[in-house]
Design a protein around this ligand. Structure first.
Ligand SMILES: Cc1cc2nc3c(=O)[nH]c(=O)nc-3n(C[C@H](O)[C@H](O)[C@H](O)COP(=O)(O)OP(=O)(O)OC[C@H]3O[C@@H](n4cnc5c(N)ncnc54)[C@H](O)[C@@H]3O)c2cc1C
Length: 422
């Protein structure tokens, strides 16, 4: 298979092996395809021992990131790192033909098609490029990659394609307010910047659901991780890893961990993996001796000191509870849509928060929620010129290929909208 090795910069990250801040940095760098070396060290005293020549101010703490120019930044946020890599840029234009929210497969696809077809395009991503797909260790069912492709490799290729066509990419941006004024979307960002766009494609996808148990937050990124843990797999060598969930993302994660871990335990609520897992994954999981599946089970308690050390698993059929020693729990139990930015707009959402588009807007119960002043195109929301693509859409397919397809399709509707409106 053809591979692109996109080495952006080389960084070294020093931190305590159990540090949640260090995990957040590793996860961001991995998803952003930044080559980095991870060096676990105990504390600042150990750091000073290794680097006696580095001037350390009182209060500076691990993790420390060594930048390509040799300088260190201490306990940085991902924004600090992105800033140091020159990734935090200001919008180049005051007004764009199209703004795209979300840098997952749907948003990247919309960006590539829009810019390549001559629209001035801005893509706003609140975290790292790639979305959920960027966390996948190997996507095997995306057309054109018979050997599979890792999610972050696919995302990085798409990012390069978007940049080539002139897309203005604003990374690590959170909007504080989005409002429609005179048929244009006005967006204010937390950093004070503002953009105006004549049309919008919302491709903000979904974010992970939580376990919803006591003390979950205490061990977040310190033993409990949301997602498939692509950045952590190599750290789990000879460990017992727990994966919660029985869908394709959980199945992929279990197979990926089984390459490194001593044992992988999948914890699923149902009594059958076949109901939720693609056949090709099911087949491989059943053949892997290292992977065991606990059916009818869920985690009901977690415990530890600074990081997770044990979990309690309850069986809903036998009512048994079992305590396991656990340092790595990866939660892949689906998600909820990222649509809170649209709360105060006239965009109709379903009960779970997904954007309702096209013909669905004419069906109950959504038909009563908007004024029917225009005839929305297939991916158009109840606000003219505002489209939704990918997982964030009501009744979407939840696949990389469909997200990419919808992103491209949305741009065709944007052209028609701009032609008819301006
Ligand atoms: C581990 C894993 C493995 C998977 N494997 C496969 C597979 O093998 N094959 C397959 O077909 N599908 C797979 N999927 C599903 C697939 O990844 C998703 O269907 C696809 O990523 C959806 O793309 P999207 O662009 O709609 O949304 P997402 O991928 O969810 O991307 C949304 C993006 O929007 C950003 N965002 C959210 N809110 C805002 C905001 N307010 N402003 C700006 N940006 C925002 C997010 O940070 C994110 O980057 C997998 C999913 C996971 C989690």
């Amino acid at each position: 298979m053809e591979t692109t090795k996109t080495i952006l910069r080389i960084l070294t990250v020093y931190g305590n092996a159990e540090s949640r801040d260090a995990y957040v940095i590793r996860d961001f760098l991995k998803r952003s395809v930044v080559t980095f070396e991870w060096v676990p060290i105990a504390d600042m005293a150990a750091f000073i021992n290794i680097f006696p020549e580095v001037y350390v101010v009182e209060g500076q703490n691990l993790p420390a990131v060594k930048l390509p120019d040799g300088n260190f930044i201490f306990n940085p946020t991902v924004e600090d790192i992105a800033c140091n890599l020159g990734w935090i840029t200001k919008p180049k234009l005051k007004e764009y033909d199209i703004s795209i929210f979300g840098g997952g497969p749907a948003g990247l696809s919309a960006a590539v098609y829009a810019a390549s077809e001559g629209l001035s395009t801005v893509l706003v991503e609140r975290e790292a490029i790639g979305g959920q797909a960027g966390t996948s260790s190997l996507i095997e069912n995306y057309l054109g990659f018979p050997g599979g492709i890792s999610g972050n490799d696919l995302a990085e290729r798409a990012r390069q394609q978007a940049v080539k066509f002139g897309v203005d990419i604003l990374l690590i941006r959170k909007s504080v307010k989005a409002q429609f004024i005179d048929q244009k979307l006005h967006v204010d960002f937390t950093d004070g910047n503002k953009i105006i766009a004549r049309s919008n494609v919302s491709a903000t996808g979904v974010e992970y659901l939580r376990l919803d148990i006591p003390d979950e937050d205490k061990y977040l990124n310190a033993g409990i991780y949301y997602g498939a843990g692509a950045s952590e797999a190599f750290l789990c060598a000879n460990q017992h890893v727990f994966v919660v969930g029985g869908g394709n993302s959980a199945g992929q994660a279990a197979l990926n961990f089984s390459k490194h871990a001593k044992k992988v335990t999948m914890i699923i609520r149902g009594n059958d993996l076949a109901a939720s897992l693609s056949y090709y994954l099911l087949d491989r999981i059943q053949q892997k001796k290292k992977i065991e599946v606990l059916f009818n089970s869920r985690i009901t308690a977690v415990d530890g000191n600074n990081s997770l050390s044990e979990i309690t698993v309850s069986n809903s059929v036998t009512q048994d509870t079992t305590v396991y020693k656990a340092k790595f729990v990866f939660v892949c139990i689906g998600g909820k849509p990222n649509t809170s930015w649209a709360t105060d707009t006239a965009i109709v959402r379903d009960d779970a928060g997904y954007f309702v588009t096209g013909g669905d807007l004419y069906r109950p119960p959504f038909d009563k929620k908007w004024d029917k002043s225009f005839n929305p195109a297939f991916l158009e929301t109840s606000v003219p010129g505002c489209f939704a693509a990918g997982d964030v859409r009501h009744n979407s397919v939840k696949r990389v290929a469909s997200a990419v397809g919808e992103g491209a399709m949305a741009v065709t509707f944007v052209h028609r909208y701009l032609h008819d409106t301006y």
